[in-house]
Design a protein around this ligand. Structure first.
Ligand code: FAD
Length: 391
């Protein structure tokens, strides 16, 4: 399917993911768009079951815990295929917290992680606040130790999948004690008294998952729901950022491939002034630029995954995940814009794949760190390590 050297096993995984997307998910895409991201419950359940049976669900977690234990490259191959369909459907392939096995207690693994891997429970992340977006260290949510419990307080926004989750990873700054002002991360059941949904605003895309604004009004949780040690909170967030940035890059490659295929087919078939519009160099060159940029992004994405699998230094991983997220998300945005242009008026219709991706891909330059923040990270690493270490 690609010219990149892959093992037979990698190609088999890639092909299974592609078939799943083509045969099970894409047929529901227009229905989902027209129904607020929703599809009939039996179809949704079937997708969930298939994602588990095919080994894509929890592919990032070790076999001993019930995951599939794919290599990073294999996860990228699956995510790339999933990127070819709207997230409204593609998120049936869910990857629970891959950072968790190393830091969660046995009790936490049994209560939250293993059921999440089995697809029985679902997490969401409450980190961002009104005053703390790019600057995560500015967050004002607090965690105060009180006997054998912590009391959590604060207001979080953009909490993705809050409506479908049953537990929340909540990040706060410690008040009092030896680690005053440092970060701590907690796992909290959504039905814990004091958790209050403020509202679920609408966003540009059409997903069944909401992005909630949620208040924690002095939520009391047992101290054993602290993940890792006091002061560790930011480390897990960075690990999650790296993973998500790479998988966003992979999904962007998949989206770009689908758009280039669709726009090329349309440009060959659409006749104006007596010739297919692809005969116009203005149109053909948009496709040529898109294809070239996709290839560059894909090569980068696969290579970063291989570097991670080979055990690259974590700082280098951090810089390379930023580079690939920056490049692939900006590439996909350009490709979507060109695809809309090639489709003309049809590209502006809700039933058109280019219109959908034009909206959906926009957030890939914002979430898990904006393009500007990725550039800051890359430039910082460049100054610390030099060109030859990073590329
Ligand atoms: C759909 C969606 C889902 C999300 N899901 C979650 C979630 O599940 N959990 C969660 O915790 N968060 C979530 N987020 C939050 C997301 O991670 C933040 O939106 C993102 O990190 C940017 O923060 P911000 O929106 O506050 O923008 P700001 O930080 O206010 O930035 C505004 C602008 O200023 C720029 N800027 C800021 N600082 C600098 C700088 N130092 N140098 C140059 N430019 C700068 C930014 O790049 C941006 O262009 C989600 C966001 C969205 C849109």
């Amino acid at each position: 399917m690609t010219t990149y050297p892959l093992t037979d096993q990698d190609r088999d995984i890639q092909q299974r993911a592609r078939t799943f997307v083509d045969e099970q998910l894409i047929p529901w895409e227009e229905h989902a768009e027209e129904h607020g991201g929703e599809i009939p419950e039996d179809a949704r359940e079937e997708h969930h079951k298939l994602a588990i049976d095919l080994g894509f669900y929890a592919m990032n977690l070790p076999v001993e815990l019930g995951g599939t234990g794919y290599t990073t490259l294999q996860q990228v191959l699956v995510s790339e295929q999933i990127g070819r369909v709207t997230n409204a459907l593609g998120w049936c392939v869910h990857t629970p917290a891959g950072w968790a096995p190393d830091v969660m207690s046995d009790d936490q693994i049994e209560r939250w992680l293993k059921p999440s891997i089995r697809g029985e429970r679902r997490e969401c992340y409450a980190i961002t606040e009104a005053g703390a977006g790019s600057d995560v260290d500015a967050l004002t949510a607090t965690a105060r130790r009180d006997g054998d419990a912590y009391v959590l307080a604060g207001e979080k926004m953009h909490v993705t999948s809050y409506n479908n989750a049953d537990h929340i990873f909540f990040q706060a700054k410690l008040v009092g004690g030896d680690h005053e002002g440092e970060h701590a991360l907690f796992v909290v059941d959504k039905d814990t008294p004091g958790i209050r949904l403020i509202r679920e605003p609408r966003y540009t895309h059409t997903y069944p998952d909401t992005h909630a604004i949620v208040a924690f009004d002095d939520v009391r949780v047992p101290a054993k729901q602290l993940i890792g040690a006091e002061g560790d909170g930011m480390n897990f967030t960075y690990a999650w950022f790296r993973y998500e940035r790479l998988m966003i890059a992979a999904r962007c490659c998949g989206a770009a491939e689908r758009l280039i295929e669709a726009a090329t087919a349309f440009a060959e078939e659409r006749v104006q002034f007596g010739t297919p519009i692809i005969e116009n160099q203005a149109i053909a060159h948009m496709l040529a630029d898109s294809l070239t940029e996709l290839w560059a992004a894909r090569l980068m994405t696969y290579r970063v995954a291989e570097n991670i699998d080979a055990g690259a230094d974590v700082k280098i991983q951090h810089a390379q995940c930023s580079m690939v997220k920056l490049y692939a998300s900006e590439m996909a945005g350009r490709v979507a814009d060109r695809a809309v242009q090639i489709f003309g008026g049809r590209g502006y219709m809700r039933e058109n794949v280019a219109e959908r991706f034009y909206r959906e891909l926009r957030v890939d330059r914002i979430w898990e760190g904006t393009s500007e923040i990725q550039r800051n990270i890359i430039a910082d690493q460049l100054r610390k390590r030099g060109v030859r270490t990073l590329v």
